[in-house]
Design a protein around this ligand. Structure first.
Ligand code: SF4
Length: 242
């Protein structure tokens, strides 16, 4: 993608990644706040990891912006959690919208694009709005963890984000699924109630199914399509727009 603007040199990023590899999530978020201040945002889909990050980050920088991709296709439970998070944390949540309403999208690209061309739907409703919002920042924090998927196995605590051209900070990259849920329970962090109903990973309603115990936690996302990422963390899933 264009608009590459790394605020740190490659060797500085590598050095930060190494020195923070064993740091706690709190220490990593503090490092990000100290280094990027108001040029730092947090990606927030309201998943379990994002709620952990919110719980930690608002105590470090109460006004840090959380970028929430309001795709217009979320579960009601997700929107309910959004309101709960605003109430509990007073978090500065910025809702990002596609330039197309669902009706406009259906008219221009066809109905049920999420089934016919999910990469294009994600590009229009997630990648493009986030790309545009991230132009205001030098770094963003995400909730990705290495054990979530093969595509995330080599993620570092601090790295160049080659999709959006800025620095990406991943404070939970070493955490296990159990670590996340231990933190949530210990700290009474609000979470999406769909997690208790067989949905370990929650995206938009048309593209998310429950999974059976023991199944890959992300196998309920775009099930049966071969798609595994929305494009926010992997360039190969972004549709080319003409
Ligand atoms: S997850 Fe599904 S509905 Fe949401 S933006 Fe992607 S394809 Fe569209």
């Amino acid at each position: 993608m264009d608009n590459v603007r790394y605020a740190l040199k490659e060797d500085q990023i590598e050095q930060a990644a190494q020195s923070l590899e064993t740091a706690s999530a709190e220490e990593i978020i503090k490092w990000a706040v100290q280094n990027f201040g108001n040029r730092l945002a947090i990606g927030c889909s309201l998943g379990a990891e994002d709620m952990v990050i919110m719980d930690i980050a608002v105590k470090i920088k109460p006004d840090v912006p959380f970028l929430f991709l309001d795709t217009d296709f979320h579960f009601a439970d997700t929107l309910e959690l959004l309101e709960k998070a605003k109430r509990k944390y007073g978090a500065n949540i910025i809702a990002l919208k596609s330039e197309y309403t669902p009706e406009e999208q259906a008219k221009k690209f066809g109905p049920q694009l999420f089934f016919t061309e999910p990469n294009l739907c994600c590009t229009l409703r997630k990648v493009m709005p986030l790309k545009s919002a991230l132009l205001n920042y030098e770094a963003w924090i995400t909730g990705i963890r290495r054990e979530q998927a093969p595509t995330r196995r080599n993620a570092k605590v601090v790295e160049q984000d080659k999709v959006f051209g800025l620095i990406k900070v991943n404070p939970l990259v070493r955490w296990t699924h159990q670590d996340v849920w231990d933190y949530i329970k210990r700290n009474s962090v609000p979470y999406n109630r769909l997690h208790d109903m067989g949905y370990p990973s929650i995206g938009c309603a048309p593209c998310t199914q429950p999974v059976k115990p023991g199944q890959d936690p992300r196998s309920g996302r775009w099930a049966g399509t071969g798609k595994t990422e929305c494009g926010l963390h992997s360039e190969k899933d972004i549709a080319k727009l003409t």
